[in-house]
Design a protein around this ligand. Structure first.
Ligand code: CDP
Ligand code: MG
Length: 750
């Protein structure tokens, strides 16, 4: 390729063959015949000469990835050949050469910042170095996403030659795999915040490693801010003598790890701590040193489309087959915003892969996203057979958290899902997931994934101008997502949001909105103090709104129903997946579950029917039943798991979870309302609904099962923003139910 010239990535005739294949058999692609996606190679490839100045550098060695997660799970004895291979591989990772400097820096400093290119071995190796280097209590490694925590724990467990859940374990929401001997724990940043609610100084840990800090999730920022205080109390000499006595016995080490190069901000953040809490200890320098681990990055040629694409799934599909038909071996990694898109594209890819002309290699598809079940993660790491090409469909989880060996081609949709708190429109404490453009920094990381093992190629499904217009790096989540849950958790830990030393201040409007939601829920009182009810809410790994529904169901004697409903609403997959191709069939088969009051009771009817199926059928019978009824098996399976966890929590709290209201609908709807006070809307003369707690006018989503579309009042789960604002997950409620909440009527009257 000659930089800067416009060229299609494959020859016209091969492309035609491939395109005809793609276009002829897909209903959604039949109408439009579009030409090949023309890509321009960029002048600015990702190259191996990226350097950063002023930081210590570690040298890199030679590295060849081996092994599969399958082997990882099955082999945990220290004599096996695979174990030896893993040890060999560990030694060859770039970070291995810096082991001693890392250990020295950590032993000399309270806080160490490690910058490292993705795949250099930070996440898997450093905890093991610490373990082998004599840190005797637990080591926590935080991850922003659950699938990263579980998959990395499995890998490290195998590298230690131990079954998962013994020496090395993980802890994520609704799933934990740890034992009494666990010393290295991979956990989501959210779980570490939960642990702080019971152990505010994190006394059970010697070392806390905050990984993927560059992602700046809300929970990561809370962890960073809390660690600053914990360090002052556990390690600082300026604090009171009690804490000091404890501190000398159990100092805490903090390691911040990031894949991007802007570490100064983290360093400065902790530097200010050292000036706040002066230390007399000569051994402790008053700053957080930054260490740099160089990865192995081969050059990556980057292509942009010459015109912008309005259907990124279609563009990804065509680009994949262009690569597949015309390019040498190497796996393809496609970045997409979310699970829906991944599932859609995966099914299209499979359809076309079955019809490839003779002589074209097979296609193996697999996916990677945050809520992927553990059993399906293994597929991604399975080596590709010589006569095939693997196509991995991933969200931004594959950007820096998880490195998949064998990738040479990256297709970047340029999109991601981002949590947004639309306080102004929604007037609620919930986040909405929006598909947004990625940042320049993400685009570079994504491209970098192609050059791990050899010269790579990145095909961006957007123009070079679009790339130039991207924001440089991500806006911290604390400035754009709902703070309600976080605020409640901080209250329980004993902190106030206002007093937290955040790296970036939260948006005042979000702070106001979180306070208002907690006050409406009665989680805090008029003087912003945590109530007993608030403390109980925080015990559940649920958004406070659903926790309030669950607690209210005790009063209405419907804990069994409320628990099932809340579990379903907390599942990461929708119960009724959108199936645009056979929508009519789907609607008809779901109709038998329909409840006149709307979607909540309809969901509950489905869950009750599924419970009956589970009593008599095995795994495949359950799956078939879901398929026949066009219902997501994944959602129901997950909901049953969540419900079991919730029962355990209720038992510990002495709460009876078996109270049932039978088929009487009001108790459940009143409990639901207790949590969703901000999601109530009243009918207007023109048939639309006006929010009680917000300014918006909403319509009932067309997918709703609610029979009377002119009910005087509705309660809903969420708002969906298209050309209209739709309320989705809707039930009709009596106005008299709403009148039971003086706070709500008070607000309405004013
Ligand atoms: O954290 P960082 O990006 O620096 O690297 P890592 O996650 O520690 O991964 C180090 C190496 O282990 C990479 O080359 C991965 O390909 C490999 N690895 C693997 O093969 N299978 C896993 N399940 C996890 C890591
Ligand atoms: Mg990592």
């Amino acid at each position: 390729e000659i930089p800067g010239i416009s060229q299609p990535p494959l020859s016209a005739s091969r492309f035609q063959q491939c395109r005809d294949l793609v276009l002829s058999s897909s209903p959604s692609h039949q109408t439009k015949r579009r030409p090949a996606i023309v890509m321009m190679e960029s002048d600015h490839p990702v190259d191996s000469k990226r350097t950063i100045h002023g930081h210590k550098r570690l040298k890199s060695g030679k590295h060849k990835p081996i092994g599969t997660q399958d082997e990882v799970f099955s082999i945990c004895n220290r004599d096996g050949k695979f174990f030896q291979q893993l040890q060999e591989q560990r030694k060859q990772l770039p970070i291995a050469q810096g082991r001693e400097s890392l250990m020295r820096s950590i032993s000399l400093n309270d806080v160490t910042i490690i910058l490292g290119e993705t795949g250099s071995g930070k996440t898997t190796q450093l905890p093991q170095y610490l373990l082998e280097g004599g840190y005797h209590r637990q080591i926590a490694v935080t991850q922003p996403r659950r699938v990263a925590a579980t998959s990395l724990a499995a890998r490290v467990s195998a590298e230690q030659g131990q079954p998962l859940g013994t020496l090395v374990g993980y802890s994520v929401r609704f799933d934990e795999c740890v034992g009494p001997s666990t010393r290295v724990k991979y956990l989501t940043d959210g779980m570490l915040v939960r642990e702080m609610m019971n152990d505010p100084l994190l006394m059970c840990y010697d070392v806390v490693i905050v990984d993927e800090a560059h992602e700046r999730t809300l929970r990561t920022d809370i962890v960073l801010a809390s660690l600053k205080r914990i360090l002052a109390l556990r390690n600082g000499s300026g604090s009171d003598s009690n804490a000091k006595g404890k501190a000398k016995a159990t100092p805490l080490k903090v390691v911040i790890m990031s894949a991007t190069l802007d570490a100064e901000k983290f360093s400065k953040f902790f530097e200010s701590m050292f000036s706040w809490f002066p230390t007399n200890d000569d051994l402790t320098p008053n700053s957080a040193p930054v260490l740099y681990v160089k990865g192995r990055q081969h050059p990556v040629s980057i292509f942009h489309t010459s015109t912008s694409q309005n259907d990124y799934l279609d563009a990804a599909l065509r680009t994949f087959f262009q690569i597949h038909v015309d390019r040498p071996p190497g796996d393809v990694l496609i970045f997409l915003p979310g699970q829906d898109d991944i599932e859609n594209l995966e099914s299209s890819l499979r359809v076309f892969a079955h019809q490839l002309p003779q002589g074209v290699p097979n296609v193996i598809t697999c996916s990677l996203y945050a809520s992927l079940p553990n059993t399906e993660q293994t597929k991604v790491f399975r080596p590709t057979p010589p006569d095939a090409r693997k196509c991995i469909l991933a969200t931004n989880i594959a950007e820096t958290s998880i490195t998949i060996p064998g990738v040479r081609y990256v297709i970047d949709s340029g999109k991601q899902k981002e949590k947004r708190h639309l306080a102004r429109i929604a007037g609620s404490g919930f986040d909405t997931l929006l598909t947004t453009d990625i940042t320049k920094s993400s685009a570079m990381q994504r491209a970098g994934r192609a050059g791990r093992e050899d010269h790579g190629y990145c095909f961006r499904l957007y123009t070079e101008d679009a790339f130039k217009a991207m924001a440089p790096s991500v806006e911290p989540e604390v400035q754009r997502s709902s703070l309600t849950s976080a605020f409640l958790q901080l209250k329980v830990i004993g902190h106030d949001l206002d007093a937290m030393p955040f790296m970036d201040r939260p948006d005042p409007e979000s702070v106001g909105s979180a306070l208002r939601t907690l006050w409406l829920l009665d989680a805090i009182d008029d003087s912003r103090c945590l109530t007993d009810f608030g403390r109980s809410l925080a015990k559940f790994p649920l958004v406070p709104q659903y926790a309030a529904t669950l607690l209210a169901s005790v009063k209405h004697s419907c804990t069994a129903e409320a628990m099932s409903l809340v579990a379903l609403l907390s599942s990461s997959s929708p119960l009724f997946p959108d199936s645009s191709s056979h929508r009519d069939v789907a609607n008809e088969s779901r109709m038998k579950f329909r409840h006149p009051s709307g979607d909540h009771w309809t969901m509950l009817n489905v869950f009750r029917a599924y419970d009956e199926v589970c009593a008599s059928e095995g795994k495949s019978g359950r799956k078939d039943w879901c398929k026949r009824n066009c219902i997501s098996h994944r959602a129901l399976r997950e909901a049953r798991n969540i419900r079991t966890q919730l029962r355990g929590i209720c038992e510990r709290m002495g709460m009876d979870w078996s109270l049932s209201c039978g088929n009487e609908e009001s108790p459940l709807l009143r409990s639901l309302l207790r949590g969703l006070l901000q999601h109530v809307a009243l009918l207007q003369p023109d048939g639309t609904y006006k929010q009680v707690m917000g300014p918006s006018v909403v319509k009932i989503h067309p997918s709703s099962f609610l029979m009377d579309k002119r009910s005087p009042a509705i309660v809903y789960n969420e708002l969906v923003y298209t050309t209209n604002i739709y309320a989705r997950g809707v039930s009709a409620v009596y106005k008299s139910f709403i009148a039971e909440f003086p706070k709500l009527t008070g607000v309405r009257l004013s």
